[in-house]
Design a protein around this ligand. Structure first.
Ligand code: BGC
Length: 566
């Protein structure tokens, strides 16, 4: 469909399991378990579904998978409210299914990263239930953050802190005490000053490392430690939990949090250098983020500055430079991401006519009334993906982005399940639009996701974006990803980018490859075509190249290409 794109001669093979530093360059595919594949027909994705689709991920060219929480959970926040860290939610399967999934993945050369949620548990966790029963002043309450209220009768919350999902971050119990929940009331925060909490989580890590997992994605890694003087945040702008940098914020990115991760690193190191962590830490500055990846702490941390960057050549380049420089100071690889289960999908983010970047906050999200150009969004998303995959470091691909799926911005209100919808009193729709079940086939019940009605409805347009519709079709987004992932394996030699001169509104950089040739990535971030340097081969292009009046080859606007130069 897009003209001459060099065919990939063989399917990508995953990296060998002998490569202990695999996490420095890996492409990790994020599975949002509820929406990936439903093996038992109840409309909710599960471990059986994942197992059945592992060969697809191997053929796509992923090195590893990250699975969002699969633990027993009342699902107040899609599984990020964990009731038991050592078991599997019955909707998703059993521990035996998890073991079998890990074994299958390893058999296909895929590593497995699981999600660990240390900031809070579910209110149904046995520790929280024991804390409720034991009452004020008990050791059971010391595992969570309980405080007396302010005001004459303790009727005012202990601080002015607000929940990330809207409303106060404290809930009062009938016995008068208040407990802290930076997220939903069903997600009470652990007290990380208590050594019992520290020991418990190190033991949970060992439980899963013993079962063979290759790593952990750490949920809200930057919020575990709270200022023990419990000050007010102060201004309203600060009280809304837009992540701020430490060390002065009462709970975001405090310096003390790093003690926790030095302990975790010593646990993972006893299992070998191939076990890894990736921090989810929404901190504003790449320098503060790099502190999480110092040599004795975590291996990697998501670069959300890249997610937040608008589609603008100068801003993207500045962000890339800052992220690479900060990571280099601590010797860590950079970790790139364009989409995940919390942000507006990038095909829709870049379809905004104002082309702003993404984030989890209300203003950054795309809603039903945002003016959009979906075709432009997809065109830019494909280019952005080639940009991301050409960068040194590791990269995360969120399920469905390889199909070019857009955010579903018009889900009916009565199906919205994200706690943000209720907590914001129906002002903010939340994150369900990026969590709609994956279309595998062009027809049939739930487009091949499973045999029953999916837990969120799929729009009719998903049929044409299904795996079946795109597989083997030259120029489809799926084939673009497969081709890019196969070629990327040759790029991972030099960990630097050499910027090349390019016209305003575009980017060009070179990576050296194992055979001594270079690959040049050119990205056009405006509608202006960009003349290309002399090259030997087009490896992969997000759209067909064009020829100028004098015969020169040009990259059309809003597109990207990888060229091999000998
Ligand atoms: C997860 C969210 C979740 C929140 C609370 C986030 O960082 O990615 O999906 O709602 O943590 O656990």
């Amino acid at each position: 469909m897009f003209g001459r794109i060099m065919p990939v001669s063989h399917p990508a093979t995953a990296q060998t399991r002998a490569d202990v530093l695999w996490w420095r360059t890996a492409v990790i595919y994020q599975i949002y378990i509820r929406s990936f594949a439903d093996g038992d027909g109840d409309g909710i994705g599960d471990l059986a579904g994942i197992r059945s689709r592992l060969p697809y991920l191997r053929d796509l060219g992923a090195d590893a998978i990250w699975i969002t929480p699969f633990y027993p959970s009342p699902m107040a926040d899609g599984g990020y409210d964990v009731a038991d860290y050592r078991d599997i939610e019955p909707l998703f399967g059993t521990l035996a299914d998890a073991d079998a999934m890990i074994a299958d993945a390893h058999g296909l050369g895929l590593r497995v990263i699981i999600d660990i949620v240390p900031n809070h548990s579910s209110d149904q966790h046995r520790w929280f239930q024991a804390a409720l029963a034991a009452g004020p002043g008990s050791p059971e309450r010391e595992r969570y953050v309980f405080r007396p209220g302010r005001g004459e009768h303790g009727e005012l919350a202990p601080t002015d802190w607000e929940s990330a999902f809207g409303g106060p971050a404290w809930t009062r119990l009938p016995d008068g005490e208040w407990y802290l929940h930076l997220f939903a009331p069903e997600q009470p925060d652990f007290n990380w000053e208590n050594p019992e909490v520290v020991t418990e989580f190190e033991d949970i890590l060992r439980f899963w490392l013993d079962r063979g997992v290759d790593g952990f994605r750490i949920d809200v890694a930057n919020s575990l430690k709270k200022d023990q003087s419990f000050p007010d945040v102060g201004s309203e702008a600060e009280a809304v939990l837009v992540p701020h940098e430490g060390p002065h914020h009462p709970f975001w990115d405090r310096d003390e949090v790093h003690e926790v991760y030095r302990g975790w690193r010593s646990v993972s190191d006893t299992f070998g250098a191939d076990r890894t962590f990736v921090a989810e830490a929404w901190v504003d500055s790449p320098d503060r983020l790099a502190r999480y990846t110092r040599a004795d702490e975590l291996h990697t941390a998501f670069n959300f500055a890249f997610v937040r960057a608008p589609w603008d050549a100068a801003e993207l380049r500045a962000t890339i430079d800052k992220c690479l420089a900060a990571a280099a100071v601590v010797g860590a690889p950079a970790t790139w991401v364009l989409s995940n289960h919390d942000v507006t999908r990038h095909a829709t983010r870049y379809a905004r006519l104002d082309s702003t970047g993404g984030g989890v906050t209300d203003e950054a999200r795309v809603g039903p009334n945002t003016p959009l150009d979906p075709a432009l969004g997809l065109r830019r998303a494909r280019a952005a993906t080639l940009l991301m995959l050409a960068l040194p470091g590791s990269a995360y691909v969120y399920q469905g982005e390889e199909l070019g799926l857009p955010e579903v911005v018009d889900l009916p209100e009565d199906v919205l399940a994200d706690p943000i919808w209720e907590r914001s009193e129906h002002r903010v729709r939340g994150r369900d639009g990026c969590r709609v079940p994956i279309p595998w086939t062009t027809d049939g019940p739930s487009l091949g996701f499973g045999s029953g009605d999916p837990w969120l409805p799929q729009p009719a347009s998903f049929a044409g974006l299904s795996v079946q519709a795109e597989q083997g079709v030259a120029g489809s987004t799926l084939e673009l990803y497969r081709s890019a992932l196969a070629h990327r394996r040759a790029l991972t030699v030099a960990q630097t980018v050499d910027w090349l001169p390019s016209p305003e509104g575009s980017l060009a950089f070179r990576r050296l490859t194992a055979d001594g040739s270079s690959v040049v990535c050119v990205v056009a971030c405006t509608d202006a075509a960009v003349p290309l340097p002399a090259y030997d081969e087009v490896l992969v292009a997000s759209t067909a190249l064009e020829h100028g009046p004098d015969g020169e080859t040009r990259l059309p606007g809003e597109a990207a290409v990888w060229l091999r130069l000998r």
